[in-house]
Design a protein around this ligand. Structure first.
Ligand code: PBG
Length: 327
């Protein structure tokens, strides 16, 4: 080879497994993972969600086995979604003391006090119309919805939730919830805000799972347009100013540029939400033998870290924790 010809030898640092791990920049850890749980009112149910193989609806009597499994895998946080038996116009199950999320929180904290309970703060699973707030003239009415969301957050904190995670995308929700939590004596409870949430078709399987498909219309007047990037920074700016402690970007896989933008914008912990449709696509392809599930999952979750996420909410948390334990 002509010595005068100049080029760089990048392959030197890829020569062996040991060399590659020496220079690896990003690592996925079990501590990064938050596992979502769907808790259903009633009893005796542990039913697989058809579009989400491996994910179950659980009633409270089946929850403790699940919590044990999660704990043994070393996962430190769960995100709770509730599926009530009764729904009404104002989603009263979301902020009732005997609501399903409140009861589940209470039981988890009794069973595993060190497990962090993150409560999803939204009305859509509890409203008869399936929207994330109250309806006025065929649209979600922002300010009256805020009051109910603040009430929901406080009742979740009262039940023992460690983190409040509002996913409703009303304007001002962080400010109103922060104030309500503080007034109720919960100054120490952080808000993990869904700061950037797109009106995404990737939520389809979740809506089957949480029985929260809107009865009319869609969520485009409150969730963001997938075509927009600068708007994500405006949303982020508001939530930071209003007092958010964590910022969620959702969905994750098709929005890694946004995860990076938010990471560069703020010093708060950034959370990527690897949503239901992303899970279902990987599962379906894996079940067909078209892809290697473990490799694909580890690659996508690592890519979220590389994009700048500190934490990842994922239905793959149990699988990933298991694979990380083995490695
Ligand atoms: C409800 C909520 C949704 C998700 C989390 N919280 C659905 C929606 O906005 O329709 C989606 C989660 C997923 O798809 O995994 N506020």
């Amino acid at each position: 080879m002509d010595n005068r010809l100049e080029f760089k030898r990048h392959r030197r640092l890829r020569a062996s497994n040991a060399m590659r791990s020496l220079v690896r920049e990003n690592h996925l850890q079990i501590d990064d993972l938050i596992y979502p749980l769907f808790i259903k009112e009633g009893s005796g149910i542990r039913q697989e969600v058809p579009s989400m193989p491996g994910v179950h609806h659980l009633t409270l009597d089946h929850m403790s086995e699940e919590i044990n499994e999660i704990k043994e895998l070393g996962i430190k946080a769960v995100l709770l979604f509730g599926i009530p038996e009764q729904k009404d116009e104002r989603g009263s199950g979301a902020y009732s003391e005997a609501g399903i999320v409140q009861e589940a929180t209470h039981l988890i904290k009794q069973q595993a006090p060190e497990m962090l309970v993150v409560a999803d703060t939204c009305l859509c699973e509890f409203t008869s119309h399936g929207h994330c707030g109250v309806i006025h003239h065929h649209d979600v009415d922002n300010d009256p919805s805020l009051e109910l969301l603040a009430q929901t957050a406080v009742s979740q904190a009262e039940a023992g939730a460690d983190i409040i995670a509002p996913s409703n995308m009303m304007d001002g929700f962080v400010a109103v919830i922060r104030e309500a939590l503080d007034e109720a004596g919960f100054t120490h409870i952080p808000i993990m805000s869904y700061a950037v949430k797109y009106a995404s078709s990737f939520y389809g399987p979740f809506r089957d799972a949480a029985e929260s498909t809107p009865e009319f219309g869609d969520r485009k007047t409150y969730q963001m347009d997938p075509a927009n990037r600068l708007e994500a920074l405006r949303e982020t700016e508001s939530d930071v100013t209003e007092g958010a402690d964590f910022l969620i970007v959702k969905p994750a896989m098709s929005y890694l540029d946004i995860v990076r933008d938010v990471r560069n914008y703020t010093n708060l912990p950034v959370v990527a939400y690897n949503v239901s449709g992303e899970y279902s696509m990987v599962k379906a392809a894996a079940m067909n033998g078209w892809i290697d599930e473990k490799q694909i999952v580890m690659e996508t979750l690592t890519a979220m870290k590389r994009a700048g996420a500190d934490l990842i909410i994922t239905y793959f948390a149990k699988d990933a924790a298991h694979w990380l334990q083995q490695s």
